[in-house]
Design a protein around this ligand. Structure first.
Ligand SMILES: [Zn+2]
Ligand SMILES: [Zn+2]
Length: 428
């Protein structure tokens, strides 16, 4: 084959898309039920959008962005994630003025120049939701609940929610200092990336791809003094952040959303504050979350908007499909449907046959026909393979009498009807 998909990119055939369409329709239904409205943003964006939001020291920005300069010298990327574009659109279309609090959801391809040999996709797909314009912890509760609800609807029944609070910027600064102090004696044992990020973003050690780094960070966190009523955390939460976190936990319990707040983790993107969560499925590897998200209270302001809070999540569609329990078995025999318009070969009736096919399609009937002048026998065989219900034969006799001969492939009966009666019979 001279041409193949690039590594890390895949074709989706009709066979695959059955599950995709079902997932998309579940996401639409549930998101709308929670009052979220759809937003579609372009796949290309200004590179600065992600440098400013996701963070210059993150793997995404440093190693994984598809970034190029166009002929006009603009620095462009294929979007690696959905939150920054949604916030950009929220401000660009003045939703902060017209709606204030906006609830948006999206679905589409994302791009990361990851190593395809590790089985990672370079074009993958996400759906997600963002609630922008509120600092209320109940928005966090709604976002997590919506995330879990969509996953359940998509067939992911055995997922667990890991919940934590990363605190506000001040709490993060205090926590970073403590973690640096505890890790300094072990600094030489950390990987190159973690050493480079040690001063600027120490929390990245918690989600480093090297298990050795993660283990050291976990140990360091466990050695920190526990704050009363809180699970172990590297973030030294202030009173307001503790209250926020407690309301989120209380709200999830009220909504019967099971969660586990005993794990120490941090989301790797720079914009997160306070609530963060990851949804994990035993069907995926231990490292991979099926969905994740959290609160980002400074991003809108950093993009030039008002100082309002926001919270959101994203789920990886390929991962959701992997984590979902297998759905209803393939039907044994697909129901027969539609019409196959057959004409005797060399009959010069193509224009009439095509006109008939169009009349059928316009009235809503799935219609197929042969364009290659094959034998009637071949046409019948194809009609059977395509699970058509009816073969409509249009020969010289039929044309002359303004009729169509129809053979029911399910029942086997054959009859000749005037054209209008035939169309009526097919409609019925
Ligand atoms: Zn705080
Ligand atoms: Zn590391």
């Amino acid at each position: 084959m001279p041409f193949q998909t690039l590594r890390g990119a895949t074709d989706l055939l009709a066979h695959d898309l059955t599950a995709w369409r079902r997932l998309e329709s579940s996401v639409f239904t549930i998101a709308q039920r929670y009052g979220y409205r759809e937003l579609r943003t372009p796949v290309i964006e200004d590179a600065a959008l992600f440098l400013r939001s996701v963070g210059e020291t993150t793997d995404i920005v440093q190693k994984e962005m598809f970034r190029f300069t166009d002929r006009g010298g603009h620095d462009i990327v294929l979007r690696p994630e959905g939150t920054a574009p949604v916030v950009r659109a929220y401000l660009q279309h003045h939703l902060h003025k017209t709606e204030g609090f906006a609830k948006l959801f999206y679905l589409g391809p994302m791009f990361r120049a990851e190593r395809p040999q590790a089985g990672r996709l370079r074009q993958f797909h996400q759906y997600g939701a963002e609630a922008i314009g509120s600092a209320s912890p109940w928005v966090d509760v709604e976002i997590i609940t919506l995330c879990v609800h969509t996953l359940l609807e998509c067939g992911v029944a055995d997922a667990t929610v890991w919940l934590a609070s990363m605190g506000c910027r001040e709490d993060q600064a205090r926590g970073a200092q403590h973690l640096q102090e505890r890790l300094t004696p072990h600094r030489a044992k950390l990987c190159e990336d973690c050493q480079a990020r040690f001063d600027r973003n120490i929390f990245r050690v918690l989600d480093c791809k090297q298990p050795g780094c993660r283990a050291l960070a976990q140990e360091a966190v466990k050695s920190l003094e526990r704050q009363p009523g809180l699970p172990p955390t590297p973030f030294v939460l202030c009173e307001a952040c503790v209250a926020h976190f407690n309301t989120v936990r209380q709200g999830l319990k009220a909504g019967s959303i099971a969660f586990d707040d005993t794990h120490v983790f941090a989301r790797g993107l720079d914009y997160y504050t306070r609530t963060v969560f990851e949804v994990r499925s035993p069907r995926l590897g231990a490292q991979d979350a099926v969905a994740a998200g959290g609160r980002y209270d400074h991003l809108v302001e950093e993009f030039g908007g008002p100082a309002v809070g926001a919270c959101g999540f994203a789920a990886g569609i390929e991962r959701v499909l992997m984590a979902a329990r297998p759905v209803d078995p393939v039907p044994v025999a697909e129901a027969r449907q539609g019409v196959y318009v057959a004409i005797p070969p060399k009959s010069n009736l193509m224009p009439e046959a095509f006109r008939l096919a169009q009349r059928l399609r316009q009235q809503g009937t799935r219609t197929t026909m042969d364009y290659d002048g094959r034998s009637l026998k071949s046409q019948f065989r194809e009609a059977d393979q395509l699970h058509c219900q009816v073969v409509a034969i249009l020969g010289a006799q039929e044309l002359e009498s303004g009729s169509v001969t129809m053979k029911d492939l399910a029942g086997g009966e054959q009859r000749t009807l005037p054209l209008e009666a035939f169309l009526e019979a097919v409609r019925a």
